[in-house]
Write a protein that binds this ligand. Sequence first.
Ligand SMILES: CC(C)(COP(=O)(O)OP(=O)(O)OC[C@H]1O[C@@H](n2cnc3c(N)ncnc32)[C@H](O)[C@@H]1OP(=O)(O)O)[C@@H](O)C(=O)NCCC(=O)NCCS
Length: 171
Amino acid sequence: MNLDAQQKAASEPYGNAKRRERPLVLPMLPSDVDSVCRIARESFTSAWTSAVFEGELKRQWAVIRVLRAGTGEKICGFIDFWIIGDEIHLHNLAVLPGMRRRGFGRFLLLDMFKIAKKKAVTSVLLEARCSNLAAINLYKGVGFEKIAIRPRYYSDNNEDAIIMRCDLVSF
Ligand SMILES: CC(C)(COP(=O)(O)OP(=O)(O)OC[C@H]1O[C@@H](n2cnc3c(N)ncnc32)[C@H](O)[C@@H]1OP(=O)(O)O)[C@@H](O)C(=O)NCCC(=O)NCCS
């Protein structure tokens, strides 16, 4: 995606949804672990446990951000990524099933890009199941491109992974 298209995506922070209040995205706190685990359980076949999320909170290079649809609302989405040098590896992104298609997934990614810019990150890498069209469309929409296929990457069903990268140099 070129710079113009990236800026256009960034200027439409939560899709076509017409909302009165902007979503709030904040760092995950220890008290958020249960809510985040619930979203993970409802979103992934092999979800991370609370112990894994608690471990992430202790890692200096891990960033977990939680999203609320508005002030005082419950957590309905989260993103987890690692910043290593000038690269981000995106590990987890999920929105509660009942809250999807409102632009929250995209909002979490754009929030990650803002952090990336502050930390002088030049690229973001991720892998997704090849069957996960919702995620692949979301990632393409904010500037990720396919760079490779990793055969049989997911051990639960031997599914291939699509590896995607977003180059932030011109962002
Ligand atoms: C992928 C996921 C995070 C998307 O969250 P979301 O809040 O629904 O996404 P958004 O509303 O921001 O959607 C942004 C764009 O993504 C694409 N998209 C999202 N859901 C889609 C779907 N079900 N089918 C096709 N495209 C979809 C669309 O291009 C959409 O833009 P549009 O609404 O203007 O058409 C959510 O579906 C989810 O939690 N899935 C389960 C966990 C998961 O697979 N995570 C990714 C792991 S790699």
